[in-house]
Design a binder for this molecule. Structure first.
Ligand code: GLN
Length: 275
């Protein structure tokens, strides 16, 4: 059977979105979409079996990105799998805001700290797009840091390093010109209401922001002043409805809010602070 016919059969037989069937088929055949349409290759029975086993995983609600083992974030390829959060498109806004202000940040220095780095997506996107910065990514999960290190190699990025640790723990004071973080920010009780792809597959600790979802913002903002150089900037991704609480926390610790950037849905998504 040829690939395009196979895709049609799959979407008829299983209630799977055509776009996802297409991605799975291309992944197994190791071809791009253009090649799929122009060559429409024959699918051997063993490849067909692999494709169906991946479709079955998807029907059990495993995220497509885990099945494919990778996704794209900003302009880099990121390996993902169980144990690491899948990068979200909203998070690209944070990277964009850092890049916009790279000259301002460079006035203080070149070291960036990415807390709760997970797959390393933020750290690596910054490192790749601002080659004269050095980005340190840190995560409490060993598994996550293993992914981040692999992603660094995969993208041939030299100016990033990853460490296992709890927030600022491994670092000396007054070292960074910029701190970034997309910490876990879902209220514990809300995690169980999320779609199965998230609640049943993505790491609980990468989602859980504690009772009110704000645990990490409090911990980060309380300590950030000690690690940030004067005139340094902090970029925090925040969840829907969290901006007032994070704003209050930041003001209490002596930070000034420089900007709050909305995402495409109009939700306040990235908060930028200055010391
Ligand atoms: N910083 C990573 C990301 O944005 C991981 C975030 C997390 O684990 N909460 O995808």
């Amino acid at each position: 059977m040829r690939a395009l016919e196979k895709i049609r059969n799959l979407t008829d037989k299983f209630s799977i979105h055509i776009k996802e069937a297409l991605e799975i088929v291309c992944h197994v055949l190791e071809i791009g979409k253009t090649q799929l349409y122009t060559e429409n290759p024959e699918i051997t029975p063993d490849k067909s079996q692999i494709i169906e086993s991946l479709i079955e995983r998807r029907l059990k609600k495993e995220p497509l990105q885990y099945i494919l083992g990778e996704c794209f974030f900003y302009n880099i390829k990121i390996k993902v799998g169980p144990g690491v959060l899948i990068p979200r498109p909203e998070t690209e806004i944070l990277v964009e805001e850092v890049i916009k202000r790279k000259n301002l940040i460079a006035n203080t220095g070149h070291r960036v700290l990415d807390l709760c780095t997970g797959s390393g997506c933020i750290a690596l996107a910054i490192a790749k797009n601002i080659p004269d910065f050095h980005v340190f990514g840190i995560d409490i999960s060993k598994k996550a840091v293993m992914y981040a290190v692999e992603n660094k190699a995969l993208n041939n990025i030299k100016n990033a390093d990853f460490l296992v640790g709890n927030l600022f723990e491994p670092f000396r004071e007054k070292l960074f010109s910029c701190i970034t973080a997309n910490p876990p920010y879902v209220k514990t009780e809300d995690i169980f209401k999320l779609q199965p792809e998230i609640k049943d597959y993505e790491p609980f600790e990468a989602l859980d922001g504690g009772k009110d979802g704000l645990r990490f913002y409090r911990d980060i903002i309380k300590e950030a002043m000690r690690y940030l150089l004067k005139d340094g900037l902090i970029f925090l991704e925040i969840g829907a409805g969290q901006s007032d609480a994070v704003y209050a926390e930041a003001s209490m610790e002596g930070f000034e809010v420089v900007d709050v950037v909305k995402d495409l849905a109009g939700i306040e998504r990235v908060m930028i602070l200055k010391n």
